[in-house]
Design a protein around this ligand. Structure first.
Ligand code: DSN
Length: 407
């Protein structure tokens, strides 16, 4: 690379990624093929519009790429093209969610989503997001005792507030969402059901998490979390809604699609159809369960008492260390997590009561239950405020694990 400054930073970031244990629940490591597609000549092309209906010439191969990506997306989730369409153009998860709302809900109406403080996403109607400014969020949360969604309570709120669209899915919820119950709630008030499966899409693809498709009207997903693709997103919709959704993405919200991203999605989707990906998804859940159980055994509180997915929330404050201090202390020894609010948090989002822990990235590196037990112990030692000497030993153990499971 001629640009030595950027080359130096790429090299440093590659080393950082290789030399640290990444437990950020929304991250993963893509294959070389995905990166090759991302960096391909498709980056040079403008392709506003959809296959065979573009506003620019020269799109014959772009059209093939986009059609192939759509075909693979439907196949991966066992969807008939007679019943479902998929739009693969959203730049990322936030515009995907915005496009669905733009397509299906008149501005000013109510949308129901899990509140950010309880584990939802900004674009599920939080007040600082445009989704909370153009629409009015009817929030739901989790039960204060179980840490799980109380579907009876969600039904009660829906009946009272009459939202036009209900969103299932979250960013910091470790349990399986009951899509059947969410469908019944949406149906009871005549609302659409949108499932945002961004976090667990790879688990659905690998059959380690129930499919939302039998119940949803539309399903959004990012492609870079458990699905292990490029940073991008897709919107699946029932065929009768697909024209509205396509129009909302382009020209409603976006201009030229990033076709290099779309080509990279296609590569990731093909990888996710392989038997190895099914094993990967199952291992992610085993690893997360092992890590959560082991941390619990060492005396820490896991929100909802466990996990069915790739992530869980740890209440660090109840053990005497705030989420920010915990995340900083872990980073100091090479363990990367994010600080996170926990349900009913009494602290602030910038210094909340917990951290979020996910295993999708470390599972890609090949780590299994044995390593999870060791990592649980390392996290515990750091949160117990290890001495400088102990921290040095922890750093060495982190380095050993990273060397043993290179990227
Ligand atoms: N920021 C993502 C996450 O970390 O969950 C969601 O958009």
């Amino acid at each position: 690379m001629r640009d030595k400054e950027i080359q130096r930073l790429i090299g440093k970031e590659a080393k950082r990624q290789n030399d640290t244990l990444n437990l950020i629940a929304s991250e993963n490591y893509v294959s070389k093929d995905v990166r090759e597609a991302l960096g391909s000549v498709f980056v040079n092309k403008y392709a506003e519009g959809y296959p065979h209906a573009r506003y620019y010439g020269g799109n014959m191969y772009i059209d093939e790429v986009e059609e192939l990506t759509k075909k693979r997306a439907l196949k991966l989730f066992s969807l008939s093209p007679k019943k479902w369409n998929v739009n693969v153009q959203p730049y990322s998860g936030s515009p995907a969610n915005l496009a669905v709302l733009h397509a299906l809900v008149p501005v000013g109406e109510k949308i129901m989503g899990m509140s950010l403080a309880m584990g939802g996403h900004l674009t599920h109607g939080h007040k600082v997001s445009v989704t909370g400014k153009l629409w009015r969020q009817v929030p739901y949360g989790v039960d204060s005792k179980t840490g799980e969604i109380d579907y009876g309570e969600v039904m009660r709120i829906a009946k009272k507030e009459q939202p036009k669209l209900v969103i299932a899915g979250a960013t910091a919820y470790s349990r399986i969402v009951d899509f059947k119950k969410m469908r019944a709630i949406a149906a009871a008030v005549g609302a659409y059901l949108l499932v945002d499966m961004s976090h667990f899409a790879g688990l659905v693809a690998g059959k380690a998490y129930p499919s939302p498709f039998p119940y949803a009207d539309a399903v959004t997903t990012t492609t870079h979390k458990t699905l292990r693709g490029p940073r991008a997103a897709m919107i699946f919709s029932r065929i009768e809604l697909s024209k509205l959704i396509d129009k909302a993405v382009f020209p409603g919200l976006q201009g030229g699609p990033h076709e290099n991203q779309i080509a990279a999605i296609a590569v990731a989707l093909e990888e996710a159809m392989k038997p190895a990906f099914k094993k990967y998804a199952a291992q992610v859940v085993k690893n997360t369960r092992t890590l959560a159980e082991e941390i619990k055994r060492l005396g820490w509180r896991v929100i909802s008492g466990g996990t069915d997915t790739h992530l869980f929330l740890l209440n660090t404050a109840s053990g005497g260390i705030g989420g920010k201090e915990a995340s900083d202390a872990l980073e100091n020894v090479g363990i990367i997590v994010n600080k996170n609010t926990i349900p009913f948090d009494e602290r602030t989002p910038v210094d909340p009561s917990g951290i979020r822990i996910g295993t999708a990235a470390l599972t890609t590196r090949g780590m299994k239950e044995r390593e999870m037990k060791e990592i649980a112990f390392l996290i515990h030692s750091v949160l117990e405020k290890a001495s400088e000497k102990e921290k040095k030993a922890i750093r060495e153990r982190v380095a050993r694990l990273c060397r043993k499971f290179p990227l």
